[in-house]
Design a protein. Structure first.
Lengths: 118, 118
């Protein structure tokens, strides 16, 4: 059983690598999942490297793997990514406030500049 | 100059540690920023450890540091967190679809079970 904080750490750790992010982005467009060779196709990296990334993503529970005969299909597992997103969501209030404050500051500066020119 | 993908990697790497996430969550509630000792207060860790986390967060550009006299104040820097959030946002369509599909599947299973019972 992985607790909430531990899963968040695993999710963010898996997202550090740009190739893994690209693999997840590709899987997002593949409703029926993809094989490892399909995953590897857009990248200039070899199959064993893609398999390693797949294993990291699977350990982090961001993808699931099904095997039918000799074909392994991987699919996105939505829940952990949603938790990571929810965590970041808590900051949204802060961002909008900060950006509003920045805009207000820029406007004040502009108004001051105009006043000084008169 | 750090490019978009590199910044995303740094942001996610900084978010891997639960104490760093807790520091960011604390800073989100401090509109005027906080000193390192204020940051350390809720945690059972020593100041040097908090300073290390602060340095990682600063290197990842998730916080800024201002020094007035001998007092160092740190504040959240909203932009990189927003970029990370936007990246995760791309999956939202997928999550809602997956969860809808899961619900539809569960309903079908239930309907089948009822039909078999008749």
């Amino acid at each position: 059983m992985v607790n909430y904080q531990e899963q968040l750490s695993r999710t963010f750790a898996a997202l550090v690598d740009p190739t893994r992010r690209a693999i997840l982005a590709k899987l997002e467009r593949e409703d029926d999942g993809a094989s490892v060779s399909e995953l590897a196709a857009p990248f200039a990296i070899k199959l064993p490297a893609v398999r390693k990334h797949r294993d990291v993503l699977e350990d982090a529970r961001l993808i699931t793997r099904t095997k039918v005969g000799r074909t392994v299909t991987v699919r996105l597992a939505p829940e952990p990514m949603r938790e990571a997103m929810d965590w970041l969501n808590r900051y949204e209030r802060f961002w909008s406030q900060s950006l509003d404050r920045l805009a207000a500051y820029a406007e004040r500066q502009e108004a001051d500049a105009k006043r000084r020119k008169r």
